[in-house]
Design a protein around this ligand. Structure first.
Ligand code: FES
Ligand SMILES: [Fe+2]
Length: 356
C-alpha cells in the first residue's frame, strides 16, 4: 500500500554526481536519477521505451540520455528526440519523467500525479543544511515492507529493549507516556523521560554524573519521514535551560523500493562541539550500531509474519501512534484510488496514550 501523491527521498545528493546515472527502484518503478549540465536533478523511467533496456546503462549527451542498446535518445522531459535510421519520432516513444526537487542534501521525487506536485509539501528537514548542525549521512537497505520500519519509529518504547545497551539505557523510556498529536499529513509524538539513567554513550559524550532528562519530539509525516528534536540533559534542571545538554536533530526517510523492500535514508545531527569531527563520526557509528539492532528485530519479525500469515496481532497502548499512522496511509491511499481530493486532514485533539 503506497501513497503516491507524496514527495519521497530518492537519493542523497552525493549519490548523484555530475556524471552519475543512478538506477533506483522506487514504489516498484525503475527510475533513473541524473543531473543536467547545470547541475539540477532529473528523474525519468529507467526502462527504455523501445525494448526495455536500462537507460542507466546509457550515455548522457548534454541534458539527454542515449540508450546504448539501439541508440534512441531521450530528453530530460522523457520525450524521445532521436531514433537512429528513422526520420519520424512517434510521440508514444517517450518515458515518464518525474517532478524532482533538491532540498538540503536530499533529492526528492514525486511519484504521483505531476499536477499535484506542490513543493510546499516537502517536509522541512532543515538540519540537512544548517550552519548550527553537523552530521554524517547514512543509508540502509531493508528487505521488508516499509510500514514495519514506520511502526518501529512510531513507538520508542523499543529503545528500552532493542537498544538496551546502546541508545536506550533504561526501562523508563518504555514506561513514559508519549503525547500523540495528529498533523494534517502525519503525527507529532513527544515523549519526556524524566530522571533516567543516561545511555552509556550519552554519559560519555555529555559527561553526565547522575540522572538525566531526555526528550524526543518528532513529526512523522507521510509517506514515512521522521524529523526529530531530541535532547539529553542533567535531571531536575529547568526545561528551557540547555546548559550542558546534548541536542540532536534527526532526519530519517523511508522510501519503499517495492512492497517488500525499503530504502532508508538517515542522519542524526548534533549541535554541540561542532568542530570536533570525531564527535560527528562517533554519533554516526553509534546510530549505525543501533539501527543494526532495529534491523535484526524487524527482519526477524518480518520473517515470522511471513511464516504465519493467519496469525493475529493484539494491540497495546504503545501502538497508538503506529496504528494512527497506518490508518492515515490507508485513508490517503484509498482517497487516491477514488481520486476524491481533497485528501482527508486528521483534525483531533492531542491524545495521551494510557499506560497498558
Ligand atoms: S532498448 Fe533502448 S534503444 Fe533499443
Ligand atoms: Fe530503534
Amino acid at each position: 500500500m503506497f501513497v503516491k501523491n507524496c514527495w519521497y527521498v530518492a537519493a542523497w545528493d552525493h549519490e548523484v554526481l555530475a556524471d552519475t546515472l543512478l538506477a533506483r527502484t522506487i514504489l516498484d518503478q525503475p527510475v533513473l536519477v541524473y543531473r543536467r549540465a547545470d547541475g539540477t536533478a532529473v528523474a525519468i523511467d529507467n526502462r527504455c521505451a523501445h525494448r526495455g533496456a536500462p537507460l542507466s546503462m546509457g550515455r548522457r549527451e548534454g541534458d539527454a540520455i542515449r540508450c546504448m542498446y539501439h541508440g534512441l535518445k531521450f530528453g530530460a522531459d522523457g520525450r524521445c528526440t532521436e531514433v537512429p535510421g528513422q526520420d519520424n519520432v512517434p510521440a508514444r516513444l517517450c518515458v515518464r519523467s518525474y517532478p524532482v526537487a533538491e532540498r538540503g542534501r536530499w533529492i526528492w521525487i514525486w511519484m504521483g500525479d505531476p499536477q499535484r506536485a506542490d513543493v510546499a509539501l516537502i517536509p522541512d528537514a532543515f538540519s540537512l543544511k544548517h550552519p548550527d548542525w553537523r552530521y554524517k549521512p547514512g543509508y540502509l537497505h531493508y528487505d521488508t515492507d516499509y510500514l514495519l520500519i514506520c511502526d518501529n519509529l512510531l513507538d520508542f518504547s523499543h529503545l528500552s529493549y532493542v537498544h538496551e545497551k546502546t541508545l536506550g539505557g533504561s526501562p523508563n523510556i518504555a514506561q513514559s507516556r508519549p503525547v500523540v498529536t495528529p498533523l494534517p499529513r502525519g503525527l507529532n509524538v513527544t515523549r519526556d523521560v524524566r530522571g533516567t539513567v543516561p545511555a552509556p554513550y550519552h554519559a560519555r559524550l555529555g559527561g553526565f554524573q547522575g540522572k538525566v532528562d531526555r526528550r524526543f519530539n518528532y513529526d512523522f509525516l507521510l509517506p514515512g519521514v521522521l524529523l526529530m528534536h531530541a535532547h539529553v540533559k542533567p535531571a531536575d534542571t529547568p526545561d528551557e535551560d540547555m546548559t550542558g545538554a546534548l541536542q540532536f536533530h534527526s532526519c530519517q526517510a523511508l522510501t519503499p523500493e517495492t512492497a517488500h523492500s525499503t530504502h532508508y535514508f538517515f542522519m542524526q545531527a548534533h549541535r554541540f562541539r561542532l568542530d570536533d569531527a570525531t564527535i560527528t563520526e562517533s554519533i554516526y557509528q553509534s546510530l549505525c550500531a543501533a539501527f543494526e539492532e532495529d534491523r535484526q528485530i524487524i527482519m526477524a519479525q518480518s520473517r515470522m509474519l511471513d511464516a504465519t500469515p493467519g496469525g493475529q496481532m493484539h494491540p497495546i497502548a504503545a501502538d497508538l501512534a503506529l496504528a494512527r499512522f497506518r490508518r492515515l496511509v490507508q485513508e490517503f491511499s484509498e482517497a487516491e484510488r477514488e481520486d476524491s481530493m481533497p485528501l482527508p486532514a486528521a483534525i483531533h485533539r492531542p491524545v495521551h496514550a494510557p499506560i497498558a
